[in-house]
Design a protein around this ligand. Structure first.
Ligand code: CA
Length: 343
């Protein structure tokens, strides 16, 4: 009996497994976009509404098509809030931002002249990447009017998409691509509004004594001679250069010891003085990273390192990190409660 029984059990389990991984996307309820493409004399807006592709011509002036590259270093600000690794979980991110009074009930900027830092990985895994990007795009403009600021720092998943690695896109986007007859990377190509906007973004930002970066700054990366502006410039310039992908130069920036992939603070058991040496070299007192998932916002190495990836990707819970006056740190819970990190 047993062989047949085991065979059936294996069959049953494997079917279950396949079903567990697959997402059934009902095309009739598919809503996505807008994706806005820049042509010589007009913009073309493509949107999917209830499974139908809607294409509209827009005037070239209806959106910004050129995005200024901003500086990487800012002096101390009174209020900073940090969010990371949203991975398409737009609804949860909105709930978190609303409950912590960063945005109002209509998802408009409410954080006055504070700075919101997004430490990468809006892309991949979840189903509402485009919604999140447009929200950040809007908040950036609204914050500016209040003398606040939104910093969108690119993570490894932003770079994966921009470099054409589509391994982690949500199944929903395969349908979008079918309907638009485009490859997913082309939705964020250099002739799209969001594509150009993404290509203007930094990898590392320093505000006062805090340095923000998706993965982290490794000793190995510092050994090439660290310069924040230069790093941001090189990483930006490497986006559309596929031909350099196999070079050591590329690996320095996009390899496992580079700023968007490094996991050493969490995995390498570094000594306290090794962290202090890194901090000394980048002229910072703290480094704030995403990339390595924890259940909440965490601190390591006696508050020298803060990890902000609070597993929003699971779609259940998430937290923010608040930094007041550049030196008081708080977890902001999903319910909007602030809990101070104390030494
Ligand atoms: Ca990551």
């Amino acid at each position: 009996m047993n062989i047949i029984y085991i065979f059936n059990l294996v069959l049953l389990l494997s079917t279950f497994n396949v079903k567990g991984q697959q997402q059934i996307i009902d095309t009739k309820t598919l809503n996505d976009g807008p994706y806005i493409f820049i042509e010589k004399d007009k913009l073309i807006k493509k949107e999917i509404v209830d499974g139908n592709l809607i294409i509209k011509d827009l005037r070239l002036t209806s959106y910004d098509t050129i995005f200024r590259i901003e500086k990487s270093v800012y002096k101390k600000v009174k209020n900073i809030v940090v969010l990371s690794d949203i991975h398409g979980q737009y609804d949860l991110a909105v709930e978190l931002l609303k409950n912590n009074k960063i945005i109002d009930k209509n998802s408009n900027w409410k954080y006055n002249n504070g700075h919101l830092v997004i430490v990468g990985d809006i892309f991949d895994r979840g189903p509402k990447v485009n919604e999140m990007l447009w929200l950040v795009y809007k908040l950036e403009k609204q914050a500016k009017k209040k003398k606040g600021k939104v910093h969108f720092i690119l993570g490894n998943h932003e770079y994966m998409i921009l470099h054409g690695n589509l391994k982690y896109i949500n199944d929903k986007y395969k349908k979008t691509c079918e309907l638009l007859k485009l490859n997913y990377s082309e939705l964020y190509g250099k002739h799209t509004i969001l594509g150009r906007w993404l290509r203007s973004k930094p990898t590392i930002v320093k505000i006062g004594d805090n340095t923000f970066v998706h993965g982290g700054i490794s000793k190995k990366f510092l050994s090439i001679g660290y310069d924040i502006e230069k790093t941001n410039k090189i990483m930006r310039e490497l986006i559309d250069k596929d031909e350099v992908k196999s070079t050591d130069f590329y690996k320095t920036y996009f390899g496992e010891n580079g700023p968007v992939w490094y996991r050493g603070y969490f995995k390498d058991n570094l000594r306290d003085n090794e962290i202090s040496d890194i901090l000394k070299e980048i002229l910072s007192k703290h480094i704030v990273v995403g990339h390595c998932s924890n259940e909440k916002v965490v601190q390591l190495y006696d508050h020298k390192i803060f990890g902000v990836d609070s597993s929003i990707k699971k779609g259940e819970y998430g937290e923010l990190l608040f930094i007041k006056h550049g030196k008081k740190y708080y977890r902001g819970t999903l319910q909007g409660k602030k809990i101070r990190f104390r030494k």
